[in-house]
Write a protein that binds this ligand. Sequence first.
Ligand code: AR6
Length: 171
Amino acid sequence: MSARLECQQGDIANQPDIDVVVNAANAQLRTGGGVAGALHRAAGPELERACRPLAPIAPGQAVITEAFGLPNRHVIHCLGPVYGHDRPEAELLADCYRNALELAERHGLASIAFPALSAGAFGYPLAEAARVALTTVQETLPRCPGIERVRFVLFDAGSATLFQDTLESLD
Ligand code: AR6
């Protein structure tokens, strides 16, 4: 089965047709700005409570919780590298996508949505982040036969176009 890989503009906290959404987390798995703020706000305070025993996590790591008030079954929390600080940053960013996909596969989840991990507060240049994200997902999907759909959700139209163009350049 070939997994469908798509790039869309949107809000990661509003993906009701997706089994698991990925959080651009902090090490303590607390709420924050950007993606973490949007997901924790929509999920409610139970999400932080569920995260507490799983923290702290290291760059590249992924952990899974229930999704509470979100319209999804689960949330996978990934700590991306801080650009220019956590090295080797491309490998750590790739680890996030690989670990998240393998975790979703182990939990029998058929669809997963990612934001552009590390490309906000953590400062990863978007074009480089897109290349690492898309190549890693393409390389990992053959080992995840249960995953039928992978969606990248980008907050603004320019970022969505960049991801789509990068995806087409890899084909
Ligand atoms: N839906 C989709 N994408 C979004 C959304 C949203 N609702 N909000 C922001 N983005 P960031 P990071 C985009 O900063 O760089 C947090 O405060 C955003 O434009 O959320 O991994 C945590 O607590 C950018 O392109 O994640 C951590 O401390 C991308 O998502 C830290 O920031 C990622 O931006 C994590 O930083």
